[in-house]
Design a binder for this molecule. Structure first.
Ligand SMILES: Cc1cc2nc3c(=O)[nH]c(=O)nc-3n(C[C@H](O)[C@H](O)[C@H](O)COP(=O)(O)OP(=O)(O)OC[C@H]3O[C@@H](n4cnc5c(N)ncnc54)[C@H](O)[C@@H]3O)c2cc1C
Length: 403
């Protein structure tokens, strides 16, 4: 038994033990580069940012210089033009060190920039995407309101057309990057009678009259990410900032979420991997009853379940990413990845804290932060319950009753 626990000094991090057969050399290189950046520039600051609720804008700008704020944006708009698989790897690597960075990039890339790319006209793409992709501008995406979260189409923020402008009134809540964003995609009601076809999307720039951030939320976890209320009071937005067709903003938002949910799955995988790797190191060193706690079968079975959950989550997420890269509709696959990865990651982080015992509860050790951070993954971009609704709706559509 003891021999099995001895280290060779040559172990690969968990992520590399499973995927070389799935990833090409460029993707493995991308992962190594981000891992090195995270180790040098993020890891030394994680505790301070977390404890001070400090948004690390300078670090985000450096990630922009590396191309990570325009990962999915095509090169003609100044982006890196990479694929969803690359995006998943990037978010996982960053989130294994700090989920707050992963969430910040997820909101910027797959929500804000991607909505502008998917629904925007050529002039809007030319105006906004190069700035977002370079990191000169930070992006946010605002759908949720105090009274409408899961039931997002029931939004109350109004956008009334007056001549060559729309006038926005209302509040958005829980918006990632809200107070720092230079460009925010806002979903608002243009015709209440038309239901899901009565909402439209607008780009609202920082400094627009009548637009300001409200309360900055204090959170359970992901404390270095910004989560803010947004307030619109007679906020006049030029009609040219309407994204896509009037009335199609909510439908476009649902398409955007098909990509966004893949990024939340990647966030979950990253946080869970960080927790698992910390736990594996700890159980080899911590001794009780005269031996390393890694030698107890109870510990080994926990690690086996954690690693299996993690790999299953990663494979579901890579499947969704591969299908997205192939241009397929991934509503079902994205929701499955997000649902499973979010819930598996919560289980993994819970067990990591358990394996650390009392030290798992103490801030000197890394797992209490992973435990706090990970819970967002079953809530943001649609709760687990909403993912189950989406998946079952897709299944029932695909396999209609023959009765
Ligand atoms: C840190 C953070 C960052 C966020 N970032 C953003 C962002 O950038 N942009 C943005 O627009 N939003 C953002 N959100 C909002 C997030 O997407 C919502 O919180 C989420 O969709 C849930 O909405 P809610 O909080 O209003 O909960 P509710 O919708 O009120 O849900 C409460 C509970 O009821 C359940 N429930 C609701 N309806 C049903 C149903 N039909 N069947 C079964 N159960 C149901 C839910 O699953 C949940 O358990 C963020 C939230 C957080 C916490």
């Amino acid at each position: 038994m003891k021999a099995e626990l001895e280290t060779t000094g040559n172990e690969r991090p968990h992520a590399e033990s499973t995927e070389p057969f799935l990833l090409n050399e460029d993707q493995q290189q991308l992962r190594r580069a981000i891992r090195a950046f995270a180790a040098d520039e993020i890891a030394p600051n994680v505790s301070q940012w977390d404890e001070n609720n400090e948004f690390p804008l300078e670090t985000i700008r450096k990630l922009g210089a590396m191309g990570l704020l325009g990962i999915l944006v095509p090169p003609q708009y100044g982006g890196a033009g990479l694929r969803y698989v690359d995006y998943v790897l990037s978010i996982e690597e960053l989130s294994a060190v700090d989920g707050s960075i992963g969430l910040t990039l997820a909101a910027h890339n797959s929500l804000c920039a991607n909505h502008i790319f998917l629904a925007g006209n050529e002039a809007q793409r030319q105006k906004y995407l190069p700035r977002l992709a370079s990191g000169e501008w930070l992006g946010a995406w605002a759908l949720t309101e105090p009274g409408s979260g899961s039931d997002a189409s029931n939004a109350r923020t109004m956008a009334e057309k007056r001549g060559d402008r729309y006038v926005l009134n209302g509040n958005k809540t829980f918006i990632t990057n809200g107070r720092y964003a230079d460009a925010t995609v806002v979903i608002a009601v243009t015709d209440r009678k038309r239901g899901t076809h009565g909402l439209s999307a607008f780009v609202v720039e920082k400094g627009t009259n009548g637009f300001r951030p409200g309360k900055k939320e204090k959170k359970l976890g992901l404390c270095a990410s910004d989560t803010s209320e947004l307030i619109f009071e007679d906020c006049e937005v030029p009609a040219e900032n309407l994204l896509g067709a009037e009335g199609e903003g909510f439908i476009d938002a649902m398409r955007v979420l098909d990509g966004g949910r893949i990024s939340i799955a990647a966030l979950a995988i990253g946080i869970a991997r960080g927790a698992l790797e910390a736990a594996v190191n700890y159980v080899k060193q911590r001794r009780q009853f005269g031996k390393a706690i890694a030698e107890f079968q109870g510990t080994q079975w926990k690690l086996a379940d954690m690693a299996t959950d993690l790999d299953a989550a990663r494979l579901l997420t890579l499947r969704a990413a591969v299908l997205k890269d192939a241009g397929r509709k991934t509503t079902r696959e994205s929701s499955m990845a997000k649902l499973f990865a979010g819930e598996a990651a919560v289980r993994i982080c819970d067990q990591a804290v358990q394996l650390f015992g009392g030290y798992g509860f103490i801030k000197d050790y890394p797992v209490e932060k992973f435990y706090r951070d990970v819970k967002l993954c079953t809530i943001g971009e649609g709760t687990s319950e909403i993912q189950r609704m989406v998946i079952s709706r897709e299944i029932l559509n695909v396999y209609p009753s023959r009765g």
